[in-house]
Write a protein that binds this ligand. Structure first.
Ligand code: SF4
Length: 692
C-alpha cells in the first residue's frame, strides 16, 4: 500500500483517528498510497495535521490484517478460513438458534465510533430490525455518553456548541479534563495560536499538562484537583459567580428557564459549595478557584473545552451539567468564542451517537418509546420495532455472566482491552455461545470470538465521519476493500440471512435514508458534501451550509435548563492499603488501545506505557526513574516502568493505555456514571511498589 515515486492521482478523504477530523489528500500511485497530505480546504484542519494522521496510516497494509472471514466452534479451536457466504450464514444461523432457545433479547450488538456513519446506521438498523430488539450500544458508552445525556438535559441537544474556528474569538479558554496537545493536536494548535495572541487560559486537571506551561504560553490558573472532585470544583466556581454578583442576569432572564435558575441559584449559593468549603478535599486553593471563576465570568467571551477527564467518572453526567450551568450563568454561549465543547476522542463518536446507537434512541436522538417517532421508522423500514429500550454494554456483559445473554456482534471495538475491569469483560465473553467480531485485526476481543468478519481500513471506506464540531466529512475510498466486501455490505448480508432483507446499492443510498429519517441531517447527501466540502449539522433546507454555532437565538430545547448538581464522592477511595489514586490518558504518537498506531512506525516514540509518579511518592517507596513497578488495585495488578516527574502531584499516579501488555484496564474499577454507565476510568485507588 505504501509506494515511492510520483503520484498519478489524488483522493480527498478524512483522517480516521481523533475527533478533530482532519481532511487529507491521499496521493496515489495505482492502488498504493505515496503520501497523505493535509488538505488546505479541510474545514477542521485548514492544511494542518499531526503525527498520527500524516504518518500512521500504514496499519492498513500491515501483515497482521485479516483478509478472509473465519469461523471456529470453540474459542480454543484454530480459526478456519471460509467464504463470505459460509461465514455469514453460519453467524446468522447461530444467532437465530440462540433466539429460538433463549428469546429475542438474548443477543445484541455494539457499533463502532471508528466506523462511518453509514456503517453505524446499518448496524443499529440490523439489531433493531433483524435481531428484533434494542440491544444496541456503542463504544461512545465508555467515553462521551455523559456528554450526550448532560447536554441534552440542559441545552436540548447532544453535541458541542461551536466550530473549532470559534476559539479564535475566545478571551478566556477553560480546559477541563482534556489534554489537547496530545489527544487533539491540530485543534490544540488553534488554541495555542489564540493563547499566544493574549487569551487567558484556565486548566482544571490533576496533571500539569503541556498547555499549563509551554513556550510563550503560561496558564493564568492551573487548578490541580484531586481525581473525582470535578463536580465540587465546578460548583465552587458557580458559587463564586452567584454570590459575587457575576451572573449575566440579562442572558438568564431572556434565554433560560428562570424557575430552574432560581432553584439552582439557591442550591449553589449554599456555603457548602464555596471554594473554601471544598478546598480540603478537592486540593485546589480556594483563592485560585475564586480568581479563576471571576476571570471566566467577566471576560467578553469565555469558552470551555473538555475531555474524558470530565465524563469518565461516577458523576460524569453531573459534571457535564455543571459545566452547562456555568456557561449559562455567565452567558457564555450562543456566540463566537464561547460555548461548551466536548473534545471527542474517536473520529466518529459524534456520528455514532447521532446514528441511533444507544439502546433507547433512534437516529437523531429520538426516544424509542415515542410512538410517533417509532411509527415513522417502522413505516420506512417495513418492520415492527420494540418500544422498550434495550441493554447497554455493561448490562449485556452482566447478563452474559448471569447466563441470560448469549450472543454479541462487536463492530470495531476491542472491549477486552478498552473496557474497564478486564476480568469481568472476558468472563462475560467466555460465557456467551456466539461472539462475532468485525475488525481489521485479531484483537484481544477476538480471542473470545467464534466468527471473525474482516473489516476495512479507512482507506477502503466510502461514507462520512462526523467530528467533534458536528462537521460531516466525506471519507472516500482510495482503493477497493481488500477483503472483497464493504463493512456495510457485511452487515446488510447478515441482516438478510437472519430474515430481514437489507439492501443498498452504495453508501450514498444509506446516507439518503439517514437524511430522510433524521431532521438534523435532512439536507445532507454525498452529492451535497462533494459540492460544498463539509457541513456541520443541523443541515436542513433552511440551513443548507450547516450550523457553525448552536443556540444562537434560543436553545434547542427552548429555554436553557439549570440542573442541580449535587457533589457525591465516588465510592472508589484511597485507603491505607491503596493510598494512591491512578488516573489515565493518552499520548500524542499513539491512539487509544493502539490497535492501529502500534502497527506503524509511530510506536518508536512510545514503545510502552509507563507510570508517572511524583518524586516524593517514588522516594518513599524506593523507586527510581525507569524502575519496574508493581501496581495493585482491588481488581488486579500490573507491572510498568516508572517515570518520576512533578507533572503529577503527590498522591496521584498516571498512565496511558496504548499497549495490551501493560493492560491498564486490568486494574480499573466497576464504578460508572450514574446516568449513562460510562466507566470511571479516571479514579482507581492503587498501591505501587518496586516491581521486583
Ligand atoms: Fe488525525 Fe486528529 Fe491528528 Fe487531525 S489531529 S491528523 S484528525 S489524529
Amino acid at each position: 500500500v505504501i509506494a515511492a515515486g510520483q503520484p498519478d492521482r489524488t483522493v480527498k478523504t478524512t483522517c480516521a483517528y481523533c475527533g478533530v477530523g482532519c481532511s487529507f489528500n491521499a496521493e496515489m500511485k495505482g492502488n498504493d498510497v505515496v503520501r497523505m497530505v493535509p488538505d488546505m480546504s479541510g474545514g477542521a484542519n485548514e492544511g494542518h495535521s499531526c503525527v498520527k494522521g500524516r504518518f500512521a496510516w500504514g496499519y492498513a497494509s500491515h501483515r497482521d490484517r485479516v483478509l478472509a472471514p473465519m469461523v471456529r466452534e470453540h474459542i480454543t479451536d484454530e480459526w478456519r478460513e471460509v467464504s463470505w457466504d459460509e461465514a455469514i450464514v453460519h453467524a446468522a444461523e447461530r444467532f437465530r438458534a440462540i433466539q429460538d432457545q433463549h428469546g429475542r433479547g438474548a443477543i445484541g450488538g455494539i457499533s463502532s465510533s471508528r466506523c462511518t456513519n453509514e456503517e453505524v446506521y446499518v448496524v443499529q438498523k440490523m439489531v433493531r430490525a433483524a435481531f428484533g430488539n434494542n440491544n444496541i450500544d456503542t463504544c461512545a458508552r465508555v467515553c462521551h455518553s455523559p456528554t450526550g445525556y448532560g447536554l441534552k438535559q440542559t441545552f436540548g441537544t447532544s453535541a458541542g456548541t461551536q466550530d473549532f474556528k470559534s476559539v479564535a474569538h475566545a478571551d478566556v479558554i477553560v480546559v477541563i479534563g482534556a489534554n489537547p496537545t496530545d489527544a487533539h493536536p491540530v485543534f490544540a494548535s488553534r488554541m495555542k495560536r489564540r493563547l499566544r495572541q493574549g487569551a487567558k487560559l484556565i486548566v482544571i486537571d490533576p496533571r500539569r499538562i503541556d498547555l499549563v506551561r509551554s513556550p510563550h504560553i503560561q496558564a493564568a490558573f492551573h487548578l490541580p484537583l484531586r481525581p473525582g472532585t470535578n463536580v465540587a470544583v465546578v460548583n465552587a466556581m458557580a458559587h463564586v459567580i452567584v454570590t459575587e454578583g457575576l451572573v449575566n442576569e440579562a442572558f438568564v432572564a431572556e434565554r433560560c428557564d428562570t424557575k430552574s435558575f432560581a432553584q439552582w441559584r439557591d442550591f449553589i449559593a449554599l456555603p457548602e459549595h464555596s471554594p473554601e468549603a471544598t478546598e480540603a478535599f478537592s486540593g485546589v486553593p480556594a483563592d485560585d478557584v475564586r480568581r479563576a471563576a471571576r476571570l471566566y465570568a467577566t471576560a467578553d467571551n469565555s469558552a470551555i473545552y473538555y475531555g474524558l477527564g470530565v465524563t469518565e467518572h461516577s458523576q460524569g453526567s453531573t459534571m457535564v451539567m455543571g459545566i452547562a450551568n456555568l456557561a449559562m450563568a455567565a452567558g457564555h454561549i450562543g456566540r463566537e468564542g464561547t460555548g461548551v465543547n466536548p473534545l471527542r476522542g474517536q473520529n466518529n463518536v459524534q456520528g455514532a451517537c447521532d446514528m441511533g446507537s444507544f439502546p433507547h434512541e433512534l437516529p437523531g436522538y429520538r426516544h424509542i418509546g415515542d410512538d410517533a417517532i417509532r411509527a415513522q421508522f417502522e413505516q420506512a423500514w417495513h418492520v415492527a420495532l420494540d418500544a422498550e429500550p434495550g441493554l447497554r454494554i455493561p448490562n449485556m456483559l452482566a447478563s452474559a455472566t448471569a447466563g441470560q445473554f448469549h450472543g454479541l456482534f462487536i463492530h470495531g471495538e476491542d472491549i477486552a482491552q478498552s473496557d474497564p475491569d478486564t476480568k469481568h469483560v472476558t468472563d462475560a465473553l467466555r460465557a456467551m455461545e456466539l461472539v462475532v467480531v468485525q475488525d481489521l485485526f485479531l484483537n484481544e476481543t477476538a480471542k473470545y470470538a467464534h466468527v471473525f468478519f474482516p473489516g476495512t481500513a479507512f482507506l477502503e471506506k466510502d461514507g462520512t465521519f462526523t467530528n467533534a464540531e458536528r462537521r460531516i466529512n466525506r471519507v472516500r475510498p482510495v482503493m477497493p476493500p481488500r477483503t472483497g466486501l464493504s463493512e456495510w455490505e457485511i452487515v446488510c448480508r447478515l441482516a438478510t440471512a437472519m430474515g430481514y432483507p437489507m439492501e443498498y446499492r452504495n453508501a450514498a443510498e444509506i446516507m439518503d435514508e439517514i437524511a430522510s429519517l433524521t431532521p438534523t441531517f435532512a439536507g445532507v447527501s454525498f452529492a451535497h458534501l462533494d459540492r460544498v466540502g463539509s457541513v456541520q449539522w443541523p443541515c436542513t433546507e433552511r440551513t443548507p451550509l450547516g450550523t457553525r454555532i448552536m443556540h444562537q437565538d434560543g436553545f434547542v430545547r427552548g429555554k436553557g435548563r439549570f440542573l442541580i448538581t449535587e457533589y457525591v464522592p465516588t465510592d472508589e477511595k484511597s485507603t491505607r492499603r491503596f493510598p494512591l489514586l491512578l488516573t489515565t490518558g493518552r499520548i500524542l504518537s499513539q491512539y487509544n488501545v493502539g490497535t492501529a498506531t502500534r502497527r506503524t512506525a509511530n510506536t518508536v516514540w512510545h514503545p510502552e506505557d509507563v507510570l508517572e509518579m511524583h518524586p516524593h511518592d517514588a522516594e518513599v517507596r524506593g523507586i527510581g526513574e525507569g524502575d519496574s513497578v508493581y501496581i495493585a488495585s482491588r481488581k488486579g495488578a500490573i507491572t510498568l516502568h516508572a517515570t518520576v516527574t512533578d507533572r503529577v502531584p503527590p498522591g496521584i499516579v498516571y498512565t496511558t493505555f496504548h499497549h495490551p501488555d501493560s493492560a491498564a484496564n486490568v486494574i480499573t474499577t466497576e464504578y460508572s456514571d450514574w446516568a449513562t454507565n460510562c466507566p470511571e476510568y479516571k479514579v482507581t485507588a492503587v498501591e505501587v511498589r518496586p516491581g521486583d
